[in-house]
Design a protein around this ligand. Structure first.
Ligand code: HEC
Ligand code: HEC
Length: 406
C-alpha cells in the first residue's frame, strides 16, 4: 500500500473521530488525530513479497506505541506475574556499555518478541533484593551478554503533556543549572548536552536520562528499538539486530525495493503532533500542599512550572536537568554525558493516575507510593529527603496527599 493511500485511510479515520471532539478543524488538530491513530496502530511484519511499507521486527518488543504507553493516557504497566515476568508491556530492558554502545550481539535492547524464522533474544524476569530490582534474562537466544554489557530496567513514562517540554526555552533550563552548587543547597543539576547532528550541542529533554532532544528523535528510536521499523533518522530496516544476528538481518524488510524507510517523515511528524497535543494533567489547586512541597525542597528539582517560548507556562514538575540521585538509584554504569547515578528529574504531573492504576514509580518501577519513591532519593536530594522524614505526621501526610494528587 502506498503512502498516499495509507494517509488517505488515516484521514478517513481521523474524520471518523471528529464527532468525538478528538480533532479540531485546523490542520494541527487533524494531524494530531491522524497521529493518535498511528500511535495506536498495531504494525505488521513485511510480507516476503516486496512493495509493502510495513516491516515490524524481525525483533521487537511491542506492536504499537500505545501498548507500552497505556494508550497515551498514563505510564506503562509495571506489574509482574508470579514468576517475576512483566505482566503486560510497559517495561524494557535496556542494554548498554560505558562507551554508549549496545551489546555486540543483542544490541541496545532485549527485544522479547520475534517473527517466525528468527531466533528469539529471550525474555526477562524481575526480582527484588533489598527493595532494588534485579533482572534476569531467561533463555538468552544468542548466548550470554558480553562481559562489558550492563542492563537497566526502564519503565515507559506517562506521555501526557511531555511534548510541551520541547517548548521550554533553552535559557530557562540553563538558568536552573548549578553544577558547582554556588547557592550551597546541595542541589546542583546540569542540562544534558547532546551532540547536534549539524554540529554544536543541543539540550536533552526526553527519557529517564534526557537522552533525546526532540520528540522526533525519541519516536524514531522507539520505532528502531521497540518496533523494528526504520525512519529517516534511523534508516536501518532491521531495527536493533546486530551483524551477529544474521537471520534477522536477512529477513524480509518493508520497502526494500524502494530503498525508503519503512516509516516516512509524514508518519513521524503526525505522531509528534499527537504527542504535542496531549494535555498536561491538571490537579486541583492546593496552596498548603504546594507550600509544603516548596519548603521541603522538592520544588528545587520538581519545578512546579517552566516558561515556554510562546509566553505561556507548562506545569510538569521537572527542571529537565540531570541530578546525581545517589547509589541507591544508580545504574550499574554510566554512559557518555550521564553518570550512573544521574537521572532527569521525573515530571510528577499525572502521578495520581499512576498511583490509581497501581503502576510502579521511579525509572525501574520499584516504588509503589510517594513515600517509597522519596525513600530512594539520595545524592543531591538527600537534604530534601531528610526534611521530608523530619516532618511531623500531619505535615508529611499533607505533602504525600499533595504529590499523590498531581
Ligand atoms: C516496548 C515498550 C515501548 C514502546 C513500544 C514505545 N515506547 Fe516510548 N518509551 C518506553 C520506555 C521504556 C521509555 C523510557 C526510555 C528511557 O528513557 O530509557 C519511553 C520513552 C518515551 C518518550 C519520552 C517520555 C519522557 O518522559 O521523556 C516518548 C515521547 C515516547 N517514549 C514515545 C513513544 C512513541 C511515539 C512510540 C511509538 C513509535 C513509543 N514510545 C513506543 C517504552 C516504549
Ligand atoms: C535533587 C533533585 C530532586 C529533589 C530535591 C527531589 N526529587 Fe523527586 N525525583 C528526582 C529524580 C531525578 C527522580 C527520578 C529518579 C529515578 O527514577 O531514578 C525523581 C522521582 C520522584 C518521584 C517518582 C516519579 C515517577 O513518576 O516515577 C516522586 C514521587 C518524587 N520524585 C517525589 C519527590 C518529593 C516528594 C520530593 C521532596 C521530598 C522530591 N521528589 C525531591 C529528583 C529530585
Amino acid at each position: 500500500m502506498g503512502t498516499a493511500r495509507r494517509l488517505l485511510q488515516c484521514v478517513a479515520l481521523a474524520a471518523a473521530m471528529l464527532p468525538l471532539g478528538v480533532a479540531t478543524a485546523d490542520d494541527t488538530g487533524l494531524d494530531a488525530a491522524i497521529g493518535k491513530a498511528l500511535f495506536e496502530r498495531p504494525w505488521v511484519p513485511a510480507p516476503s513479497s516486496t512493495r509493502a511499507n510495513d516491516g515490524l521486527g524481525p525483533l521487537f518488543d511491542a506492536r504499537s506505541c500505545s501498548a507500552c504507553h497505556h494508550g497515551g493516557a498514563g505510564k506503562g504497566a509495571t506489574a509482574l506475574n508470579e514468576k517475576g515476568q512483566p505482566d503486560g508491556l510497559g517495561m524494557v530492558l535496556s542494554l548498554f556499555r560505558e562507551d554508549g554502545g549496545g551489546d555486540p550481539v543483542y544490541g541496545h535492547r532485549l527485544e522479547t518478541m520475534t517473527l517466525p524464522g528468527v531466533p528469539a533474544e529471550g525474555t526477562f524476569a524481575v526480582a527484588t533484593e533489598d527493595g532494588r530490582r534485579i533482572t534476569h534474562i531467561a533463555e538468552p537466544g544468542y548466548g550470554p551478554l558480553d562481559a562489558a554489557t550492563h542492563v537497566s530496567l526502564r519503565t515507559a513514562p506517562d506521555l501526557r503533556g511531555r511534548g510541551k517540554l520541547e517548548l521550554v526555552d533553552d535559557d530557562a533550563i540553563l538558568a536552573l543549572e548549578d553544577p558547582d552548587d554556588r547557592d550551597g543547597d546541595g542541589v546542583r543539576g546540569r542540562a544534558r548536552r547532546l551532540e547536534h547532528p549539524e554540529g554544536g550541542s543541543i539540550i536533552g529533554r526526553f527519557g529517564w536520562k534526557a537522552s533525546h532532544a526532540t520528540l522526533a528523535g525519541q519516536t524514531s528510536e522507539a520505532f528502531a528499538l521497540d518496533l523494528g521499523l526504520s525512519t529517516p533518522l534511523r534508516p536501518e530496516p532491521w531495527g536493533d539486530c546486530t551483524e551477529a544476528q544474521a537471520a534477522c538481518r536477512n529477513a524480509p524488510h518493508g520497502r526494500e525495493a524502494e530503498g525508503e524507510p519503512e516509516i516516512t517523515n509524514a508518519i513521524v511528524e503526525r505522531i509528534v503532533a499527537y504527542l504535542r497535543a496531549l494535555k498536561v494533567p491538571q490537579a486541583e489547586a492546593d496552596r498548603r500542599g504546594a507550600k509544603l512541597f516548596a519548603a521541603t525542597g522538592c520544588a528545587a528539582c520538581h519545578q512546579p512550572s517552566l516558561p515556554t517560548r510562546d509566553g505561556g507556562k507548562v506545569a510538569l514538575y521537572t527542571d529537565v536537568l540531570l541530578h546525581d540521585m545517589g547509589e541507591g538509584l544508580a545504574d550499574p554504569a554510566g554512559v557518555p554525558g550521564a553518570a550512573a547515578a544521574e537521572w532527569r528529574t521525573a515530571p510528577l504531573a499525572g502521578l495520581s493516575t499512576s498511583l490509581a492504576r497501581g503502576v510502579g514509580l521511579l525509572h525501574d518501577g520499584r516504588a509503589s507510593s510517594v513515600a517509597e519513591a522519596v525513600h530512594w532519593h539520595g545524592g543531591e536530594a538527600s537534604a530534601a529527603r531528610a526534611r521530608f522524614e523530619a516532618l511531623d505526621a500531619a505535615r508529611r501526610r499533607a505533602l504525600i496527599d499533595y504529590v499523590s494528587s498531581l
